[in-house]
Design a protein around this ligand. Structure first.
Ligand code: ADP
Ligand code: MG
Length: 207
């Protein structure tokens, strides 16, 4: 579960943001809707401890992110948080199948059957030998979701996960993301400007 105070953050010589407090139980999901520039990506960086707020604390389970050393926070993030990034961040020299195994480098067993099953549900099964740059933007977006859900982390943070998808794939992808998080007990936060996915979430914050 994740619990955040209201967070105050300002960029040096840049905009200042006040993000509201919230709490999510295991397996619950939250949608944050807002226009471009409203601070959505900044908020996710704070919730994962990639940036430090001027005021406020974030707790994941019993772990207060900003009471940890930076080193501990980085290790905590790698073990407990999964990301679906706007710009993906795959390793270009590895194929899709190898890329989704990266989060398992720390002694965790790669769930091969589940990976194959979910690849099929996402329409990626025939594309797993391709390198990321040989995939379309929408295919990379689906691969990014697959990579985030496989390790069943405590928290998944998704930044605009549906922006490059057609309506059918968009609905399917968000459904899979929510279902997998709920089954694994992962808390899920999706930030987006994509109004199409609004009705798929009961809990929403509009900025
Ligand atoms: P969103 O994801 O909602 O589009 P962002 O969180 O990316 O919004 O950015 C919010 C605002 O903060 C934007 O106006 C952006 O220009 C500004 N901003 C983002 N990153 C930086 C930075 N590193 N330094 C200064 N300003 C930034
Ligand atoms: Mg953004």
């Amino acid at each position: 579960m994740i619990q955040s105070d209201s967070l105050l953050f300002s960029y040096p010589r840049g905009p200042e943001f006040n993000f509201p407090a919230f709490a999510l139980e295991k397996g619950e999901s939250l949608l944050v809707l807002g226009a471009s520039g409203s601070g959505k990506s900044t908020w996710l960086q704070l919730l994962s401890g990639l940036r430090e707020p001027q005021q406020g604390e974030v707790k994941i389970g019993n772990n207060a992110l900003f009471s940890m050393s930076q080193n501990l926070r980085d290790r905590f993030r790698a073990r407990h948080i999964g990301f679906v990034f706007q710009d993906h961040s795959f390793i270009p020299s590895l194929n899709a199948w190898e890329n989704i195994q990266l989060p398992f480098s720390q002694g965790l067993a790669f769930p091969k059957e589940r990976a194959q099953e979910l690849s099929e549900q996402l329409g990626l099964a025939a594309l797993l030998k391709k390198r990321p740059q040989q995939l379309s933007q929408g295919e990379r977006q689906r691969l990014s979701v697959l990579r985030a859900v496989l390790p069943q982390p405590d928290l998944i943070l998704a930044d605009e996960p549906s922006s490059s998808l057609d309506d059918t794939n968009c609905e399917k992808l968000i459904h899979l993301l929510k279902t997998q998080c709920s089954l694994a007990g992962s808390s899920l936060i999706v930030v987006t400007h994509d109004q199409r996915i609004k009705d798929q979430f009961e809990r929403r914050i509009e900025r």
